[in-house]
Ligand binder design. Structure first.
Ligand SMILES: *Cc1c(COP(=O)(O)O)cnc(C)c1O
Length: 393
């Protein structure tokens, strides 16, 4: 124990271990694709790699259209605009801030709705209560890749004549009811940011089964160009580059391998942390496809004798850079904190969850022995809570 930072020694890990370290597919195949695209001198504007990537994505998801874009945030903005969202849109506060920002950026008011503490996603009963005459839609988020209450939200949207879309940034490669995520609501968006288990450096996509919507999105992401010199729509620049599509095509070839590593890491954490009082690994349903990209720990401070933040301090001191997603909640970040200073009053489950959650490192950048060491540190923290807290004060 003396050889730990919290006992005055060196940190447990000599190099920092991060959450969301990128997965990389076969380097040789990636570099061959880079060579091809340099020879071709076709770098953007729906080049051959983007076209091939979009076809492969649509096939994988079993969806009619999967349109690539520059990142997940612009995917949300373009989808929301193409769907005609306006006024107020109901969305969780327990999400990455881009879900809210994408709406606010377009002068749509994100109305934060509380979550179900068991699923960490929108509580459909609360959604119904947040609807006002200004509400135009709902943006559900499949938090941690577990599909949110898709049927209930679909039913509410149909009954109340609202548009439903999903932020599926966490749920690439996940399924629900025998269909892949990408098929639900009017559209679902993905992020392929470097920190996601499948990445295109930066990137994203919009999946939809609606041909007209897909046509609109294709125009919007390319300045509204319908052909040379012919702009027929308000557009922006949301295009994915060929370099990013080359990364995506290469990553798809290793997708199953990435998921297998994540699954194995997830199971190791579950086994090694079983029986540790006051900490539980967020349960993932395994009877449908899952990507296991997040290993989420919930800390019950009444039983651990060390706070969640105490555990974070210990792990950070030992170079395990765990993260408190989505602390402190969108509603406590600007501009929402100033716009809706009392939002927390109707978000008790969100506020409570923000104080319990810890995301652990996983992915191809770490191995089984790293996980054993991380779990040993967690055990040390929980079993010696008061002493660790004193030492790190
Ligand atoms: C990563 C993420 C985004 C944003 O995606 P970018 O590609 O980084 O713009 C949006 N929503 C959620 C839930 C995310 O995790």
């Amino acid at each position: 124990m003396a050889d730990l930072a919290c006992f005055g020694g060196p940190p447990c890990f000599a190099e920092p271990v991060h959450v969301g370290r990128p997965n990389v597919g076969d380097r040789g195949r990636l570099l061959a694709r880079f060579n091809d695209l340099l020879d071709r001198r076709w770098f953007s504007n729906r080049g051959p790699y983007v076209q091939e990537f979009e076809l492969q994505l649509a096939k994988l998801l079993g969806v009619r259209h999967c349109i690539t874009v520059a990142n997940g945030t612009i995917a949300l903005e373009i989808a929301a605009r193409a769907l005609g969202l306006s006024g107020e849109v109901i969305t969780p506060s327990f999400t990455f801030v881009a879900t809210a920002h994408a709406l606010q950026w377009m002068e749509i008011t994100p109305v934060f709705c509380d979550i179900d503490p068991r699923t960490h996603s929108l509580d459909p009963r609360q959604v119904e209560r947040m609807i006002t005459p200004r509400t135009s839609g709902i943006v559900g988020v499949h938090v941690w890749g577990e599909p949110c209450a898709v049927e209930e939200l679909t039913d509410i949207a149909a009954r109340r004549k609202l548009t439903l879309m999903f932020d599926a940034s966490h749920a690439f490669g996940c399924g629900h009811g025998g269909r892949m995520i990408g098929n639900f609501g009017a559209a679902e968006i993905f992020s392929f940011h470097a920190t996601k288990f499948f990445n295109t450096f930066e990137g994203g996509a919009i999946a939809t089964n609606d041909d007209d919507l897909a046509a609109k999105i294709h125009l919007m992401k390319n300045f509204g160009f319908a052909g040379y010199d012919n702009v027929i729509y308000l557009g922006t620049n949301g295009k994915m580059s060929e370099v990013c599509a080359a990364m995506g095509l290469t990553g798809l070839e290793s997708l199953d391998a990435f998921i297998a590593v994540n699954r194995s890491h997830y199971r190791s954490y579950q086994t090694l942390l079983a029986g540790l009082p006051g900490v539980s690994v967020f349960p993932i349903q395994t009877d449908e496809p899952r990507n296991f990209q997040h290993v989420v720990l919930e800390v019950d401070e009444d039983r651990t004798r060390i706070s969640r933040d105490g555990i974070v301090r210990l792990l950070h001191a030992e170079n395990v850079l765990v993260r408190r997603y989505f602390y402190p909640g969108c509603h406590r970040m600007e501009p929402y904190r100033s716009l809706f200073p009392h939002a927390g009053l109707i978000l008790p489950e969100t506020e409570s969850l923000c104080s319990r959650v810890l995301v652990l490192p996983t992915g191809t950048a770490i191995d089984g022995s790293d996980i054993e060491a991380i779990c040993a540190l967690l055990r040390l923290a929980v079993e010696n809570g008061p002493e660790i807290t004193r030492r790190l004060a």
